[in-house]
Write a protein that binds this ligand. Structure first.
Ligand SMILES: Cc1cc2nc3c(=O)[nH]c(=O)nc-3n(C[C@H](O)[C@H](O)[C@H](O)COP(=O)(O)OP(=O)(O)OC[C@H]3O[C@@H](n4cnc5c(N)ncnc54)[C@H](O)[C@@H]3O)c2cc1C
Length: 360
């Protein structure tokens, strides 16, 4: 069931790389996942979860001796309740959208870029926002419930009213394995399609090769977003030699029901502002990237009400995850961690980034 390999694995940034032997486990359905997890439990093995590997912080990279669960086979879907789709954690958000379109429906929020990137489980683990967020808010506002399993074998449907619900968004694979999620869908503009109640199947997977970019984003309170974007753009310009910069972005995230604590402590309208760019000729020079990162970090420190989108970004060894979340939020996150993963076998070492740099 588990295949040992020492094949180096990197994440999207290519900066973090696995080191040593790990065990690959690619369950093709929920039944196989259960069977694998009971073996993992019996052997007391450590586990890491990987969706599409589109994050850049090293959290989806297996450490030596770990079982790496790759979720792509968890791609089933079913329309059980009007206005929603329940979909496996390993399907990409984009592929779910492509499945819905011919049926006359669409997701409210998905990753930007019009191509497959984050899986459903990876998007929850990041937090998530996209092109339609100005209308529907962060991804978390359009999720009805999340089905999880813990390494202890507990199976749970975490609905909106569950105190755990808000902590799953942005949790970076630290708390549990997300098996599937029930997402709100809406009829496409001008559509009058009958809701496909009861329809089920597997989400066809598509592929896309993305150009390598690096981004630095911050969630900021709406009243200061313009100023924040200008300041961030100025930081990008000061380090203009490190990349082929693209225009700074801003995603409005109107407050709906809640803001996940791991995204931002304030329950108010937010804007995700950011700068990004492609690799210059010859690739990224990490000394230059770190210099920008250092300026970005100083800027964030001067604005305690800004939060970095650390769940998705390139983080260097030494990034202080506890300071990033703040003592109170981090303590509560740890409480959930202790409750759901008391043996600490899921993604051990909360974001202790592998010190090793990818050679590629
Ligand atoms: C080209 C590109 C475009 C992007 N666009 C956007 C965007 O528009 N909006 C946005 O918000 N983000 C965007 N991102 C960031 C992306 O959404 C996040 O990095 C997301 O976490 C990637 O999902 P993944 O499936 O690749 O997860 P991975 O990178 O494989 O894993 C990320 C984390 O999630 C955990 N995880 C993954 N699946 C599960 C699961 N089933 N159960 C438990 N934990 C799990 C992993 O352990 C890891 O900690 C983009 C990234 C790229 C590279």
């Amino acid at each position: 069931m588990f295949e040992p390999t020492s094949r180096p694995m990197t994440d999207y940034g290519g900066f973090h790389q696995s080191n040593g032997i790990y065990w690959r486990f690619v369950p093709q359905d929920v039944g196989t996942l259960w069977a694998g997890l009971s073996e993992v439990k019996a052997r007391g093995m450590a586990v890491r979860v990987r969706g599409a590997g589109h994050s850049m912080n090293g959290s989806s990279i297996p450490r030596s001796g770990e079982v790496l669960i790759e979720t792509r086979g968890l791609d089933s879907y079913v329309f059980t309740r009007p206005g929603t789709i329940t979909v496996g954690a390993g399907a990409t958000m984009w592929d779910v959208q492509r499945l819905l379109e011919p049926l006359g429906y669409e997701l409210l929020v998905l990753n930007d870029g019009n191509a497959p990137a984050s899986t459903v489980g990876g998007y929850v683990s990041a937090g998530g926002f996209g092109a339609e967020s100005w209308r529907h808010g962060g991804f978390w506002e359009s999720v009805e419930s999340i089905d999880i399993v813990t390494l202890e074998g507990a199976v749970r449907t975490v609905a909106r009213a569950d105190p755990l619900f808000s902590w799953l968004f942005g949790s970076m694979g630290q708390l549990c394995i997300i098996v599937s999620a029930t997402l709100a869908v809406r009829p496409r503009a001008g559509g009058d399609a009958t809701f496909p109640l009861g329809k089920r199947g597997r989400v066809p997977a598509s592929r896309h090769t993305w150009e390598k970019t690096i981004w630095f984003s911050a969630f900021v309170p709406r009243p200061v977003w313009g100023e924040a974007r200008r300041a961030l753009a100025a930081i990008g310009e000061r380090h203009g030699h490190m990349w082929q910069a693209r225009p700074a972005y801003a995603y409005s995230l109107p407050f709906g029901r809640f803001t996940p604590p791991l995204i931002h402590p304030a329950q108010q309208d937010l804007v995700a502002v950011g700068i990004w760019g492609e690799a210059p000729e010859g690739g990224f020079d990490h000394a230059a990237v770190r210099a920008l990162d250092a300026d970005f970090t100083l800027w964030l420190r001067a604005h305690p009400d800004f939060r970095r989108y650390a769940q998705t970004e390139l983080l260097y060894p030494g990034f202080d995850i506890a300071a990033h979340f703040g003592p109170e939020c981090f303590a509560r996150f740890r409480e959930w961690k202790n409750q759901l993963d008391p043996s600490g076998r899921l993604a051990p070492g909360l974001l202790d980034l592998p010190a090793q740099r990818a050679s590629a």
